[in-house]
Design a protein around this ligand. Structure first.
Ligand SMILES: [Zn+2]
Length: 226
């Protein structure tokens, strides 16, 4: 079981230290349910943190993983079989557009009874999972054969693929893959003709559509993402 795209070490370290808000933490926690490498790394970081607190030492990355954990080599590994959620409770299911999709427990813990999906707009549906100061957390379902218009973020975007696959000019992202984009990135995710994609996404600024007619939906983006 292997994911091709992981959170950075600094992000995993901040997560293990409990420095991130809930909106930032959820996509990372969900990734660790798919990815045993990052799950083990977070456990090691938490253990090191607990030991350093007991001993009163300055926190530092454990030597055996700190600098040997070569993210580039992990990311260049060939894609193996699709990551799955091991031992997952069958009630951790998101229902969208007639599909029932097994999701990480942390996603199911974000809402009480049911999700309030927006009507599909150009095959895109959104459901809010929460908000904290400037950060917003959404489930986004992109239908099969859809293209999200080119947009930039003016802030951070953390995305975790929960089911399916999308591509953009930077790469191909499959179930379990984690993607962090900053204010300087712009992209236009696309799904394959025969398969939609469910992602959880944290944004801390409204999306800004940059091309053609889709610029007209910037006011709509303000509505979705504010
Ligand atoms: Zn990982």
């Amino acid at each position: 079981m292997s994911c091709a795209h992981h959170p950075s070490i600094s992000l995993l370290e901040a997560f293990a230290k409990g420095e991130l808000s809930a909106c930032w933490s959820v996509p990372i926690a969900a990734h660790t349910e798919f990815c045993s490498k990052c799950r083990n790394l977070v456990h090691s970081l938490e253990s090191a943190l607990a030991l350093s607190e007991l001993g009163g030492d300055e926190f530092s990355l454990p030597e055996e993983i700190g600098f040997d954990f070569d993210l580039d080599s992990i990311m260049s590994l060939p894609q193996q079989e699709k990551p799955t959620l091991e031992g997952q409770a069958s009630d951790s299911v998101v229902e969208v557009n007639g599909q029932r999709i097994l999701v990480p427990r942390v996603i199911r813990h974000c809402y009480k009874d049911s999700l309030n999906w927006s009507p599909a707009l150009n095959k895109l549906s959104f459901a809010s999972l929460g908000a904290e100061s400037e950060s917003r957390l959404y489930l986004i379902h992109i239908g099969a054969g859809a293209t999200v218009p080119q947009h930039s973020h003016r802030g951070n975007e953390l995305t975790l693929v929960l089911d399916g696959q999308y591509t953009d000019a930077m790469g191909e992202y499959n179930t379990g893959d984690f993607v962090q984009l900053g204010a300087n990135h712009s992209h236009s995710p696309q799904t394959a003709a025969n398969e939609g994609c469910l992602v959880v996404s944290m944004v801390d600024a409204p999306l800004h559509f940059t091309e053609g007619w889709s610029r007209l939906i910037n006011p709509l983006s303000q509505l979705f993402f504010r």
